[in-house]
Design a protein around this ligand. Structure first.
Ligand code: ZN
Length: 150
């Protein structure tokens, strides 16, 4: 199986800090610290439900941010789905065989030392899709063990 699981759901927000506080407090989710990814023009933070996919809040960083354009044209809301994969190279070959191309030629650096790549929304019903490979193939650093115990 090339795809392991749904890793997270990305939500575009205008104000990362206040959104993070609001979600964490209201849903009683644990949260990560915000992380800036200047290469990608985004700032992200995670919310951890007890089970299932995490929620990634994503906000623009800089004028050229793709998320800035998204917010301007569509407003806040669900931005992408991210699937966890073991091997991005194999995954890319799998989709390229089907005539599906990626937004970048090679994977780029994602949050928490992961490697990620995106498929354009035009291929799958308007949904921006991210694939993520953990650098060490270990489970999520923050909160994961704690969550599994419950
Ligand atoms: Zn994401």
């Amino acid at each position: 199986m090339i795809i392991k699981k749904l890793d997270h759901i990305g939500i575009a927000v205008k104000d990362l800090e206040s959104s993070l506080e609001k979600w964490a407090e209201a849903f009683a989710f644990e949260k990560s610290d915000p992380e800036s990814l200047p290469d990608r023009g985004v700032r992200v933070a995670y919310l951890f439900p007890k089970k299932g996919p995490t929620i990634e809040l994503v906000t623009p960083l800089g004028e050229e941010s793709p998320v800035k354009k998204f917010l301007e044209s569509r407003g806040e809301g669900i931005h992408h789905l991210c699937f966890r994969v073991k091997n991005l190279k194999k995954l890319m070959a799998h989709f390229q065989e089907r005539g599906i191309s990626f937004l970048t030629e090679e994977p780029v650096r994602g949050a928490g030392g992961s490697r990620i790549i995106f498929i354009h929304p035009k291929f799958f019903n308007g949904v921006l899709i991210e694939f993520k490979e953990k650098e060490d193939n270990k489970e999520e650093i923050i909160g994961k063990e704690e969550r599994e115990k419950e």
